[in-house]
Design a protein around this ligand. Structure first.
Ligand SMILES: Cc1cc2nc3c(=O)[nH]c(=O)nc-3n(C[C@H](O)[C@H](O)[C@H](O)COP(=O)(O)O)c2cc1C
Length: 388
């Protein structure tokens, strides 16, 4: 025991020293530890001779990026050539090992005899002093790492530290964003459920009272003007009725899109469509279902006007977006858009339903500005009467 203590003292000089070598985590490793300051690199230089006079010499290093900090122990895996030198078929019988510890304080070189290093290599030598935290195993430097100059080691360590910190922050931000998205999706699902429940509790306001239509036959007699809407909770239906009331006899029909054959639309010279936006920028589902059929129709020479419902405070970034999707389909098939409407007085941030600084048609915001709805409908119908 006394002999081992002596060897331990020899290898680590004294535990009052701030850095040194010790046994590693396992056989075949050496350990390096640091008690104070930052250690950037440990470089080994060895030379020796076998019994028969064969000469060994070599060097290898370990660059810590980021630096090994105060109170750390790192286990170092030894390269094959050094293992040959220490414990190979014909190992060195005499020789020495110099180890350069390159830390923030500069270069500190220590020389070791073969024997104590061999003991450490076999897990019998000096212990790690005190309670130092263990980092990980480290392989010898690649040529690229070994080529970093001593004077640049601190900067290298700082660079890696900054990269790791940035990665950590990025991962944290990603995690936060995922949590936010999950929360938003849950809120959205709750809103949909609540809106559906509200719609179910007021059947008079919901549309599609007559249920899905037989799409194989035309459903409407000819006429000049029709108001067609989709409505999940009844608001757009109410505006459609108000538009009809303003126009009076000039409007032949007010229909939910689920009640008619989309082909019926092409029989009218003037088509007024009402569409709410749902699910963050999506077209209301009944309109969504007939868009492919509308795309197959011809609206050449027809006039189309649109009114859209949306909630500018609840969904300020996707305000009445569905209007744009619907108008695009009609215009693509030749319809002429009328009834563009000023944005003054509305509160929102973004909308796809804008063209030349105006809404594509009348916008009604029941959630936030219902007191203006009647006035807006009246003014819009008066404008349409002039444009038609
Ligand atoms: C879950 C949900 C999502 C919505 N998404 C939007 C949206 O992205 N943009 C918008 O302007 N309004 C949005 N709204 C508001 C509706 O368009 C508004 O309540 C409209 O009056 C509903 O019309 P309806 O009753 O005819 O279906 C959303 C409402 C709910 C409940």
């Amino acid at each position: 025991m006394a002999v081992l203590d002596k060897l331990n003292a020899m290898i680590s000089k004294s535990t009052s020293s701030s850095l040194g070598l010790s046994r590693g985590e396992r056989g075949g490793h050496l350990g390096v530890w640091v008690k104070r300051g930052e250690l950037y690199r440990v470089a080994f230089h060895y030379q020796g001779q076998t019994k028969t006079g064969k000469v060994f010499s070599g060097h290898f290093s370990y660059t810590f990026g980021p630096a090994v900090n105060s109170g750390c122990f790192q286990s170092l895996e030894m390269p094959r050539s050094f293992k040959e030198f220490l414990v190979g078929k014909e190992p060195a019988k005499t020789g020495s090992i110099t180890v350069d510890f390159i830390s923030e304080g500069g270069k500190n070189s220590k020389s070791y005899e073969l024997r104590p290093i061999l003991l450490c290599y076999r897990q019998k030598g000096a212990f790690i002093p005190g309670e130092l935290c263990h980092r990980a195993w480290l392989m010898p430097d690649t040529a690229e790492l070994a080529s970093i100059k001593e004077n640049d080691l601190k900067a290298h360590s700082e660079k890696i530290k900054a990269e790791l910190e940035e990665k950590r922050k990025k991962e944290e931000a990603e995690k936060r964003a995922q949590e936010e998205a999950a929360k938003k999706a849950a809120e959205e699902a709750a809103k949909v459920a609540a809106a559906k429940a509200a719609a179910a509790s007021k059947p008079a306001a919901t549309a599609a009272a007559s249920g899905p239509v037989d799409r194989s036959k035309p459903t409407l007699p000819n006429g000049k003007m029709i108001v067609v809407y989709g409505s999940s909770t009844g608001n757009t239906k109410n505006v459609a009725d108000a538009v009809k009331a303003e126009f009076g006899e000039a409007v032949d029909h007010v229909k939910n899109i689920t009640e008619i054959h989309p082909a019926d639309l092409a029989q009218f010279e003037k088509v007024i469509v009402g569409v709410p936006t749902w699910h963050i920028g999506e077209i209301q589902e009944d309109w969504g279902a007939v868009l492919p059929e509308i795309e197959a129709l011809n609206f050449q020479g027809k006039k189309v006007a649109v009114f859209g419902l949306g909630d500018g405070k609840g969904y300020p970034e996707t305000y009445v977006d569905a209007m744009a999707e619907l108008v695009e389909k009609f215009e693509k098939k030749g319809a002429k858009l009328i009834g563009m409407w000023p944005t003054e007085g509305y509160e929102f941030k973004k909308s796809k339903a804008l063209r030349d600084g105006k809404f594509l048609g009348l916008v009604i915001d029941v959630e936030n500005q219902d007191h203006l709805s009647d006035k807006r409908v009246k003014a819009w119908v008066a404008q349409l009467q002039k444009e038609l």
